[in-house]
Structure formats: C-alpha cells, structure tokens
Design a protein around this ligand. Structure first.
Ligand code: ZN
Length: 305
C-alpha cells in the first residue's frame, strides 16, 4: 500500500460550465480529482458550501489514495477577471462567485488558507512548474477554449499588471478578416476569430469529435482539411505574434481545447509569428502537458506561493 501523504493541497478550477477539484501532493502529482457542474444562481453561502463539499470529496476520495490528510492550502483558479484582492469580477460567466470575498469563506469552511487567482494564471503556473513549461525560465501560456486567456510566468511567478489583473489579451485587435461582435463591445477581438468555438465555425462542425476527425484528415494530407487548419493557425498566429514580439518568451504553451489540434495548425501559426521580425528568437511552441488538470493543479500550487 502506498504511503499516504502527510498533507495535500487542493486546487479548484471554477469554469463557466464545470468546476474541477484536484488534490495534489507536495510534488504536484494529482492524487484525486472530482468534477461537477458549476452552480449559477447561488448566494455566497451556497457557493461556499458547494466549494466545501468538493474539497471534502476530493480529499477523502480517490479510492482511498488520500487518507486522513491535512489540507495545507486551497487554491482557486476562477474564470476571470480576478482582481488584486482575489475577488472574482466575472458576473457574465460566474455570477454566483463574483463580487464576494471567497477566500475567507473557504478558509472558514475548510480550515485551510485559501488564495484566489484567475484560471489563466493558475494554468500557466501549473505548466511552468510541472507541465510543458518545465525547465523554461519564462512562459507565455495561451488558453484556447470558449475564449482566449493569456498569462505569463517568469521565474515561477505570474506576471500581473500593476493593478493585479492578468493581461486580457483575448481582446487584442487582430486584422479584420471577418468582423465578429465580441461581448466587450468591439468587433476585431482575437478570441472571436481564434477560440476553439471559432475553429468549430471555420470547420463547419458541431463538436470536438468533428474537429478530431478533421484534424486527423489534415495530418493525413487531405487538402480541404489542411486549408481549414492553415487558416485557423494563421488566426492564432495573428494575436500571438504581438505577444511574442513584445514579451519574447522562451516558451509558448497552448492550453485548453485548442491545444488538442496544435499538430494540425502549428506550422501555420509559427509562419505567421515569424513573419514579424523576431531577431533570431526561436519560437518554442508546445501543447499543454496537463490537459484539463492544469487550472486545478496550478491553483493548488498557487496556494503555496
Ligand atoms: Zn473583445
């Protein structure tokens, strides 16, 4: 029987659709995970109870792998923005968790110190520490999902704005290929042309299964499928080239649903980024090594910073 860890950290990735709980050991290895639907219309008390229930399940669960472990910290990575005080400011996607001081409520319920960050920052910290950014001094992490989230980690710590917010680079202006309205009120936002949802529209498929089949066809050399992913890769590159030019990261990691198809569009993205003068910068572009665990694992790691 494996030794039970003396203590675990719990990470919680609160997304608009689902919330993922993970318990990790001191090395960042996931010992247990638990995913449930995110409640929408809840007050602060019900939101706290929901989080406390998940913490209890994930620390007690996983087929007994986690024993009577002490929880040394709880980290929350929420669909942002999240301000410098750890308050979620996302009434559109997370109304039940926004504009309340979650950390002291979770601490009171769980007995463990709690920190709250954005899910993009959490995922970037996870990749930098135990994922595809391991070994790189700095990392630019781009989550391609329903929208696009961007975070930077330098020497292990997230780089935030002076106001404590992460860069909201999903709303970078990109060349006006097909103007699409964004919820921010403008029509040329990067995430509207390069999100995973935008890829589905471009490919004319209903779901991820359809994208899987088309990506396989592209990699097999089917011209129509290749054309879809070339065009999508260019769209990803149009935003990425600005970030890479400004930040000159050692490594770029793509996370979220868009990472799954990176092999099919990597060349087009790299070409687009290289078209802007890089002065010898080698673009090291990789897919997530943590898949859907990144946000929760990173949140747990942040609990220790
Ligand atoms: Zn926008």
């Amino acid at each position: 029987m494996p030794d039970l860890p003396a203590s675990v950290r719990v990470g919680i990735d609160i997304g608009g659709t689902g919330t993922r709980f993970a318990a990790i050991d001191e090395e960042g290895v996931v010992l247990a995970r638990h995913t449930v639907r995110t409640p929408v219309a809840v007050d602060a008390g019900a939101a706290t109870a929901f989080l406390a229930d998940g913490i209890a399940v994930v620390t007690a669960g996983a087929g007994g792998q986690v024993g009577p472990a002490t929880i040394s910290g709880v980290g929350i990575g929420a669909s942002g923005p999240v301000d410098a005080d750890g308050i979620v400011r996302n009434p559109h996607t997370l109304p039940g968790f926004s504009d309340i001081a979650l950390a002291p409520l979770v601490t009171a319920a769980s007995g463990a110190p709690c920190v709250v960050e954005s899910d993009a920052v959490a995922a970037a910290v996870a990749e930098a520490t135990v994922g595809a950014g391991r070994g790189a001094a700095d990392l630019l992490h781009v989550t391609i999902g329903t929208g696009i989230g961007v975070a930077v980690v330098r020497h292990g710590s997230p780089v935030l704005g002076a106001d404590g917010f992460q860069p909201e680079a999903g709303h970078l202006d990109v060349p006006d290929e097909e103007p699409a309205p964004c919820y921010c009120g403008r029509t040329r936002c990067w995430e509207q042309t390069a999100s995973r949802r935008a890829l589905q529209r471009l490919a004319g498929v209903e779901d991820v299964g359809g994208l899987d089949r088309m990506a396989a066809a592209a990699l097999d050399g089917v011209p129509t499928a290749q054309a879809v992913f070339d065009r999508y890769g260019q769209r990803v590159g149009l935003g990425l080239r600005t970030l890479v030019t400004v930040l000159r990261p050692t490594r770029v990691v793509i996370g979220g649903g868009g990472a799954r198809f990176l092999d099919a569009y990597r060349d087009a993205t790299v070409r687009t980024v290289r078209a802007v003068a890089l002065h010898g910068l080698d673009l090291d572009l990789r897919a997530t090594a943590l898949d859907d665990d990144g946000g929760a694992v990173g949140a747990a790691l942040l609990a220790a910073i």
